[in-house]
Design a protein around this ligand. Structure first.
Ligand code: HEC
Length: 502
C-alpha cells in the first residue's frame, strides 16, 4: 500500500507537513485555536501579575477580590464580570479594552494589558470561562500558582558574582556551606574547591543554622513570591554532575530535603534554632516571627510584634526568650513561655541582626548606622553600650558559645565597611578583627571549635580568618565557575618577606 502510493502525494504531504510544522513553530494562531485555554496556567498568571495588587482580600478595590476563582466570578460592586461564552458581552473585557476612565489596570498606574494577554482572557471566556479540574473554586490562586512553579536548574557556571547572603561551617569545621542561586554550595575553603551543590527551591538563601544532629535548616525564598524554611541532609542523595561538581536534588529527593518547616508568601530572612534543637524561629518580609516545634515542625506561636520586615532573630541560651530585629528600627525580646514582650529597644535605624548574650542578660543589635550595641534584656531599657561601629551598615552577627566556659564565648559582626569585628559577648571587650573585603559583608559564621571566623560578601568573596590574631587563612571567590584564586596567609607572608628583601 505504502509503496504503491503515487509520488506526488508524498510531495504534497511533505509540503503540508512542513507548512503545519512551520505554523506550529512560528504562527501562534493554529495551535491556540486547537487547545483549550487553561485558567490556572494562562489566565491566573496574568491576573496575578497585573491585578492582584489592588484586587486581593486586603486591598479589595471596587470591593473586588479576584484571588480565588469564586471571588473572581463573584465580582465587586458590579456583578460577575464574566458572561461565559461571550467575551464581548463581559464587563472584564470592557474594562481591559476601555479607552475611558474605567480602564483596568487604571490609567494612572500602568499601561493597558498587551493585546495578546487580553486575547487569551477573551478566548478563555468564549470557551466557557471554566476553572481547571481538580482546583477548588475557593482555593487561593496565589498558592495554586506557587505550587505549580518549578525552580530552574542553576547555571553550571554563573555569569555574575554569587551574592553571599548566608554561610555556615559544616559540623566537622572542614567546609563552608554558602548560599547560591537556587542552590547551596559546599566549598572546601582550604582549596577553594566546590565540593558539592544542593539544588533548592528557594532562589536565595538568607540564613543557615545547623541542628544538633547535623541536619541543616535553611531560610530563603523568592522575593515577593514565596519564602520557606527547609531542613536538609546535604550529605545524602545520588549526585549527578553539574559543571563538574557532584550535585544532589534538594527540591524533590526526599533523602536530601527532609522537611518543610515554614512556607510563607514572601522571603524568610532570619532563622534561629534553640540550643537543645527543639525549637526553630523564623521571620521575614511578612513581619511575623513564627516559632516551630522540632522535630514535628508544628507551629507553636505566630508573633506579630514588628511593623516592618523582620531581619534578625535569636534564642536565649535556655530557649525561653527570643530576640528579634526589624526594619521598623526596634530590637525586641519576647518571652516564649509567657507569650509576651519583655523589652522593645529603640534604635535610630533599621536593625539588621540581633543576638542574646550567652549569660541571657543582654541583647545585642547591629544596625544600619553601623553601630553594634549591647543593652540589658529587661523592661524599661532605653540605653545601650556601644561594642563597636562599622561606620557603614552593620549587617550580620554570629555567636559562638564556648561549651566549657561561657565567658570565653565569641560574637562576630560583619558590615558594609568590608570588615568582620569580634567581641567577647560577656563584658563586650573588642577582639581582633578581620578585614580586606572589597564589598559589603552580608554573611558571617564562626567555626564549631571557635577557632575561625568566615565572612561572605556581595561580590562573592569568602574570607576565613583566625580568631586568635585576625590573620587571613584563606580567601576565594564562592561563585560556581569562577576562576578560583585562593589567597592564603603563607603567600601574604611570602610577599612581606620579598618586600623586605627589596
Ligand atoms: C492600582 C489599582 C488597580 C489595579 C492594578 C487594578 N484595578 Fe481593577 N479596580 C480598581 C479600582 C479602584 C476599582 C473600582 C473602580 C470604581 O468602582 O469606580 C476597580 C474595579 C474593577 C472592576 C469592577 C469591579 C466591580 O464589580 O465594580 C473590575 C472588573 C476590575 N477592576 C478588573 C481589574 C483587572 C482585570 C485588573 C488587572 C488587569 C485590575 N482591575 C487591576 C483598581 C485597580
Amino acid at each position: 500500500m505504502f509503496q504503491s502510493r503515487p509520488c506526488c502525494y508524498c510531495i504534497l504531504c511533505t509540503l503540508l507537513g512542513l507548512a503545519i510544522t512551520w505554523l506550529m513553530l512560528f504562527g501562534h494562531a493554529p495551535a491556540a485555536h486547537a487547545q483549550e485555554v487553561s485558567f490556572i496556567k494562562e489566565v491566573a498568571p496574568i491576573l496575578k501579575e497585573n491585578c492582584f495588587a489592588c484586587h486581593d482580600a486586603k486591598v479589595k478595590k471596587g470591593k473586588f477580590d479576584m484571588t480565588t476563582y469564586a471571588g473572581f466570578r463573584n465580582g465587586g460592586t458590579k456583578d460577575d464580570p464574566i458572561t461565559p461564552g461571550k467575551a464581548k458581552a463581559s464587563i472584564l473585557i470592557d474594562v481591559l479594552t476601555s479607552m475611558g476612565k474605567d480602564r483596568m489596570p487604571p490609567k494612572d498606574v500602568s499601561k493597558p494589558l498587551a493585546k495578546e494577554k487580553i486575547d487569551i482572557i477573551a478566548k478563555w471566556i468564549d470557551q466557557g470561562a471554566k476553572l481547571d479540574a481538580g482546583i477548588d473554586a475557593k482555593a487561593s490562586l496565589v498558592r495554586e500558582l506557587r505550587s505549580r512553579w518549578q525552580p530552574p536548574t542553576p547555571a553550571p557556571a554563573y555569569k555574575f558574582p554569587n551574592v553571599v547572603n548566608a554561610l555556615a561551617f559544616t559540623p566537622d569545621g572542614k567546609s563552608l556551606v554558602v548560599g547560591g542561586h537556587h542552590e547551596l554550595l559546599v566549598w572546601d575553603y582550604n582549596t577553594g574547591k566546590l565540593e558539592r551543590r544542593i539544588l533548592t527551591r528557594a532562589e536565595r538563601t538568607y540564613a543557615l543554622a545547623y541542628l544538633p544532629d547535623g541536619k541543616l535548616a535553611v531560610a530563603g525564598g523568592r522575593p515577593g513570591q514565596e519564602g520557606d524554611v527547609r531542613i536538609y541532609n546535604i550529605q545524602a542523595g545520588k549526585p549527578k554532575d553539574l559543571g563538574g561538581v557532584p550535585t544532589v536534588d534538594g527540591v524533590n529527593d526526599k533523602d536530601v530535603l527532609l522537611q518543610i518547616v515554614a512556607d510563607a508568601d514572601d522571603s524568610l530572612l532570619a532563622l534561629a534554632i534553640s540550643a537543645d534543637g527543639k525549637k526553630l524561629a523564623a521571620g521575614g518580609c511578612d513581619r511575623f516571627v513564627r516559632i516551630f516545634e522540632l522535630p514535628s515542625g508544628k507551629l507553636e506561636q505566630s508573633i506579630e510584634n514588628h511593623a516592618d520586615w523582620v531581619l534578625g532573630v535569636g534564642f536565649s541560651p535556655d530557649g525561653k526568650k527570643i530576640i528579634t530585629g526589624s526594619r521598623d528600627r526596634t530590637a525586641k525580646v519576647w518571652d516564649t513561655v509567657a507569650k509576651e514582650s519583655v523589652v522593645a529597644f529603640p534604635e535610630a535605624n533599621a536593625v539588621y541582626a540581633v543576638v542574646i548574650t550567652p549569660d541571657g542578660e543582654n541583647g545585642v543589635s547591629a544596625c544600619e548606622d553601623g553601630g553594634v550595641r549591647m543593652w540589658a534584656a529587661k523592661p524599661q531599657t532605653k540605653q545601650g553600650k556601644s561594642l563597636g561601629s562599622h561606620g557603614k551598615p552593620a549587617l550580620r552577627m554570629a555567636q559562638w558559645i564556648d561549651p566549657k566556659d561561657a565567658k570565653k564565648s565569641l560574637l562576630a559582626s560583619s558590615g558594609a565597611d568590608g570588615t568582620i569585628k569580634l567581641y567577647n559577648p560577656i563584658g563586650g571587650a573588642a577582639l581582633k578583627s578581620g578585614a580586606g573585603f572589597t564589598d559589603w559583608v552580608y554573611a558571617v559564621a564562626i567555626s564549631p571549635d571557635g577557632q575561625l571566623v568566615a565572612g561572605g560578601s556581595y561580590n562573592g568573596e569568602v574570607r576565613v580568618f583566625k580568631v586568635a590574631d585576625g590573620a587571613l587563612i584563606k580567601a576565594f571567590d564562592a561563585t560556581p565557575g569562577a576562576i578560583v584564586k585562593v589567597e592564603e596567609k603563607k603567600t601574604e607572608d611570602k610577599k612581606k618577606v620579598e618586600e623586605k628583601k627589596k
